[in-house]
Every structure is written in structure tokens, then in C-alpha cells.
Design a binder for this molecule. Sequence first.
Ligand SMILES: [Zn+2]
Length: 304
Amino acid sequence: MNFLQLQKKFPNEKSVVDYFVNMRYQGVPACLHCGSIAVYHREDKSHKVFQCMDCNNSFSIFKGTIFENSSTDLTKWMYAIHLFLNGKKGISGLQLMREIGVTYKTAWRMLKQIRLAMGDEDMKTYFETIVEIDETYVGGKPRKGNKGRNDNGDNTDSKNKRGRGTKKTPVVGVIDRDNKKVHAKVALPNKDGKKLTGKQLLSILNEVTKAGATVMTDEFRSYNILSSNGFIHLKVDHTKEFAVGATHTNNIESFWATLKRGVYGIYHSISVKYLQQYVNEFCFRYNNRKNGEMFDLLMVKTIR
Ligand SMILES: [Zn+2]
């Protein structure tokens, strides 16, 4: 959907309500209190409010969705979702603030809500025969209080200077070679900067694949666990070459490139606490990049 189509689809708030009633209630809105379908649209009150004639309660058609507690115009929401889904690297709160004319706080909150809707994709059906798995490290924000070597109260890690302010968080990604769907998870960093273990990698792989699949990795030793766990493990040694025949990890690496361009280019830095939500955002966009119904899919996912 391009911008003109979006404008046509949602010329006003009423059109968003109609769209939502069709999607959520198949055109027949039901009372959220008693289930009656004897309800009418209280257009005098707010576009969102419906009134039940049986139990006399009024209710918001958006109850239990990301729009529930927002007073922002619904057409602005639709435009925000459109921008968020179509910007390859995402969109920052500042950009959205300027685009739709809301405060920065509102823009930031809207993006957070849309990002939540992009999460928890059910990936179980995706990964069948050949997958690539790889890990990357995303730089978190330098921690508070880390202003320099001499800041007070921080004299205990003199041995750890190299790591200071450059703490990075591992993200593990699995991509299906055939349909190019990606699944990525933030892994908890190990103490003392130790590398990810085979068990950590295996548990993320097991979320989306079954034993018997062919798994392509680089030469990282922790992947050696795969062959003793029922996977056919093929690896390429990146210190020597980037592909051995069809054995390579180019697909997942190109996803990392997109993720990193977004993280550093648009969001600049992300705290570890929110990193998984951002990773979900990039997975959703990547997995639906050829899906003409991406917008509608996201709208379904706005219902909690
Ligand atoms: Zn009712």
C-alpha cells in the first residue's frame, strides 16, 4: 500500500473505525459487556464509542488494542503505522513527531505500541530444511555513570577498561534458506564477556527448527554442538573464504546489516532492556517485506 492508497482508505477517523469493526467483528460489533449485537455507534460522543441497547453500557471499539488509551487522531495512527512498516530501517520518534504533528512523547509512545504489535510472530511453521544461524553483537547505550575513567564511585573495574562503555549484547538469528523468514533473539551476555555457548545457540535454534534440518554456520566453535544434536551441520570458515559451494551465511548476515543500519542510523542506541522489541520490529518488517497485506496483518496484531 502506498501513501495515496492509505489516504484513500482512511480519509477520516470514521473510516478507521469502520475498517476496525470489519476486521475485529466481521462487520457486526458486539457489546464487550454482554455480547449483544444490539449496539450502535455513538458518533456524537467519540468515533470510538459504541452503545449497547441491551445492557446500556457504552464501550470503546478499541478496548484491548494498542489504540485503547490514546487520544491521538486515528488517521495519525494509520499514517504512523504506514511509515513504520515502510521505512526499511524504521522511523525515529523525532521523525514521526514531525510527520504527523504530535509531541515527541506521543510519537515515542506510539512507536513503542506499534513495535509491541510487531512482536510475538508465530514462527513454528517456517523453518523446514536448510537454515543459517549466526550471531551478532549490538552495542548498547554506554551505561549511566560511565563518563570517563575518573568518575567517582567507579573505581572497581580498573582491569576492565577495554569493555567500558562498549558493552555489547549478543543477538542470535536463524533464517530459512528457502522462504527467507528470520527469527532472532537477544541472548543474555555471559559474565566476563565470555562467548555464547553451544547450549544458548541450540536453544534458540530449537525454537524454530527440528532436528534433521541442515544448519549452516561460520567457524565459531560453539556451533560444534549441532551435529551431536541431530542437525546436519555445514560450516564455512570465514577466515579463509565466504562460501563453500552453497554453504554460506550470507542471508542472515544481510539481515544483520539491515538491523544494524537501523539501530545505529535511526535509533542511534538502544538500551538492552528494549533491544528484543527492536529486533522483533526488524524481523517483522523483513519477514513481511513481500507481503502485500503487511498493513492488515499488523492491524490484526494490534489486538492484544
Ligand atoms: Zn451490552
